[in-house]
Ligand binder design. Sequence first.
Ligand SMILES: NC(=O)c1ccc[n+]([C@@H]2O[C@H](COP(=O)([O-])OP(=O)(O)OC[C@H]3O[C@@H](n4cnc5c(N)ncnc54)[C@H](O)[C@@H]3O)[C@@H](O)[C@H]2O)c1
Length: 372
Amino acid sequence: MDELRIALVGIAGYGEQYLKRLLQPEEALNGRLVAGIDAYPERSSLLAELRGADIAVHHSLEAFQAVDQADLVIIAAPIHLHAPLTCQALARGSHVLCEKPLGATVEDGQRIIQAERAAGRIVAIGYQWSFSEALGQLKADILAGTLGRPLGMKTLVLWPRRQSYYSRNAWAGRLRTSDGHWVLDSPLNNAAAHYLHNMLWLLGDTIQASARPSSVEAELWRANAIENFDSAAVRIRTESGVCLRMYTSHAVRDNADPRFELACEHAVVAIDADNMVTARFSDGRTKVYGNPNARYFGKLYQTIAAVRSGGTVPCGPVAAFAQTLCIQRIQDCPVGDVPRDRIRIDATGGDPLVWVDGLAEALTRRYLSADF
Ligand SMILES: NC(=O)c1ccc[n+]([C@@H]2O[C@H](COP(=O)([O-])OP(=O)(O)OC[C@H]3O[C@@H](n4cnc5c(N)ncnc54)[C@H](O)[C@@H]3O)[C@@H](O)[C@H]2O)c1
């Protein structure tokens, strides 16, 4: 293949992380950015740099496609646009790297899976942990039976989010956009979606597959003034009978980075405070898999390599679909408003944080005591 031509949709917000790497790659990119596409390009702090590098800027994927083409379209646009933009890129023969989650709804996910099959192109979904060497090796060991049968897995993510998070765009914390498209934005479908997906992906039958839910129960709470929930406790049983538990909240005062524990017949695998993933076997042996946050943008370089070689990626639409199936069932559960007397507001720095007294402790206690 000649030089791989790349277009990026979404050059502000999280898209800036891609733009940074596309303009100044940390390792050989083996491709070239040919266009930055954004409905509001002026929102990007890197717009001048983009123009300075003589890279075209367009206001829509359609406008770009009218005059040019890309081998790879990267999509870092809002959740409700993942399906339409992915299908639009595939229809013109481009490969796609789309940000997580797969889409807002099960129908979005099905559309992407069908379009990917029809186009015969690669679609990668940007759950970076699934592209990490550490978790790839752990999954290979689970599939090889080295750890014994998986018995259960639990995850805790406490990530405070201030008002600026909910006001940064028109869809944060919302069920639908103002023009009626489902977005279903929540910790489980956005910031902490990675870790819900991670449990399902690790337990998939192949590297490219995820375990599917057979039952889903969720307790959902709202402390912020938003449509959807900001805190959740979820129990999922997979089709093969493994119990998964997830505890997460944005309405907490202090940050606690993701913790997980996977219990298997012969070992327990956990991530420690330094983000190292280690298996501890019942016979006393340990195996260190490493840090899943290392090579954070491996998803970009691996997708480019797969496009160039005709290979595969570890996380495509079929793998990402399991999280979307869980979200559909989670959203069927009622959302409870946190009692006002439990809500606290930290107004430091003029950007208020709504947090719930005792919630972090309660979720942590439940995480620690959860068994399978
Ligand atoms: N992988 C990660 O760790 C990670 C982290 C943060 C966000 N994300 C994902 O990145 C995506 C974007 O999130 P965000 O928080 O930056 O959202 P955002 O709404 O703040 O920014 C999205 C960008 O898309 C642009 N946009 C909107 N409509 C468009 C259209 N029709 N065509 C082209 N551009 C359009 C906006 O102008 C904006 O620049 C989401 O899918 C989110 O889940 C992933």
